[in-house]
Design a protein around this ligand. Structure first.
Ligand code: HMG
Ligand code: MG
Length: 302
């Protein structure tokens, strides 16, 4: 079996991770998390979302968080922008990349962004154009790529359709997202194959929530297909407020541990990464949701 020799990990903990927290997390804590992640060697960080504060109150401090980060050379900072209003606010904070987020499920699109899939594409079109005119890289997420909390199983054809629509409006990279973590390796392979009909292997990433404990398996299955970019979340934080019951993304610590064990270069210092996850978990008064972090913290303590 041949695996990719290098991997890009986007830590989405500050965004996907913290968006779901009920109690407010101060901007200073979010900024400190970003700083700790970049000190641990993360070179891609999804920082925040420029979304409606009525929909996601936790992300209301997006501009403050972006302004508070001490940028490290070589690190790229991305933010979510669902519409032009979000983009216009985001552009002032100079992100390297923006993320538009579509869904392969009509019901989820309605619940998450209050419009149909085709309406969402029309909203994203000017966002993608404006971003590219400003030299900002455009990524797209395809939520519910294998399953939806409202529609159940999602056919790969839906993923191919949304990938095609995103391609047509100039989205440069797509993330195949298992929003509710119901996917298993063969289903994820099919979703990836659907995405590959419209994007090259270098322009697709995996975004796997770990609700059913399948995210590492899904990552491995995708690696075997040559997919080398993944969104992961420090301490396994997170979930989507509009996908009830879904837990966080696969923990960055678990993915880094697996890749290190496979001899695949990540450039990430696992010890420092564990400290970053411990920092935010301590703030949230819970244990890191990562098996590797738990094991290594126990080892340290022992
Ligand atoms: P809407 O209510 O249909 O929007 O929401 P609207 O255009 O009718 O505007 C209503 C109000 O919101 C207005 O304010 C707008 O100004 C304001 P008012 O006049 O009532 O005071 N507004 C905004 N404010 C700030 N920033 C904006 C913005 N847009 C409008 N960008 C909307 C539509 C898309 C805005 C809303 O549904 C929304 O914000 N949704 C975001 C939901 C969200 O963030 N979900 C989580 C992220 S996606 C995710 O986690 C999945 C992912 O991880 C992949 C995966 O796992 O699947 C990426
Ligand atoms: Mg997500």
């Amino acid at each position: 079996m041949k695996y990719p020799s290098k991997i890009k990990i986007v830590d989405v903990g500050p965004r996907d991770g913290l968006q779901n927290e009920k109690a407010p997390v101060p901007a200073a804590v979010k900024i400190e998390l970003v700083h700790r992640l970049q000190d641990a060697g993360l070179t891609e960080i999804e920082v925040t979302s420029f979304v409606s504060p009525k929909w996601v109150p936790q992300m209301a401090d997006a501009a403050e968080v972006m302004a508070g980060i001490t940028r490290k050379p070589g690190v790229r900072y991305s933010v979510l922008t669902p519409n032009m209003k979000g983009f216009e606010a985001a552009v002032l904070s100079k992100p390297d990349e923006i993320v538009v987020f579509a869904a392969a499920s009509e019901a989820f699109s309605q619940r998450n962004i209050n419009c149909s899939i085709s309406e969402s594409i029309e909203r994203f079109r000017p966002v993608a154009e404006a971003a590219r005119a400003n030299n900002i890289y455009v990524r797209g997420a395809i939520s519910c790529a294998v399953g939806c909390p409202y529609e159940g199983e999602i056919a790969p054809e839906r993923v191919a359709m949304v990938a095609r629509l995103l391609r047509e409006i100039g989205v440069q990279h797509i993330g195949v997202a298992d929003t509710i973590g119901v996917g298993t390796p063969v289903k994820v392979e099919r979703a990836m194959e659907a995405a590959l009909q419209h994007y090259g292997v270098d322009d697709i990433s995996g975004h796997f929530h770990d609700t059913y404990g399948q995210a590492l398996g899904n990552t491995l299955a995708s690696l075997q297909m040559g997919i080398w970019q993944y969104d992961t979340s420090s301490a396994g934080l997170g979930g989507c407020p509009y996908a009830k019951g879904a837990t966080g993304n696969v923990a960055t610590e678990d993915v880094v541990y697996m890749l290190q064990g496979m001899g695949i270069e990540t450039g990430i210092d696992l010890d420092k990464l564990i400290d970053a996850g411990k920092f935010i978990s301590d703030f949230l008064e819970r244990k890191p949701n990562s098996r590797a972090a738990t094991a290594l913290l126990n080892k340290r303590a022992g």
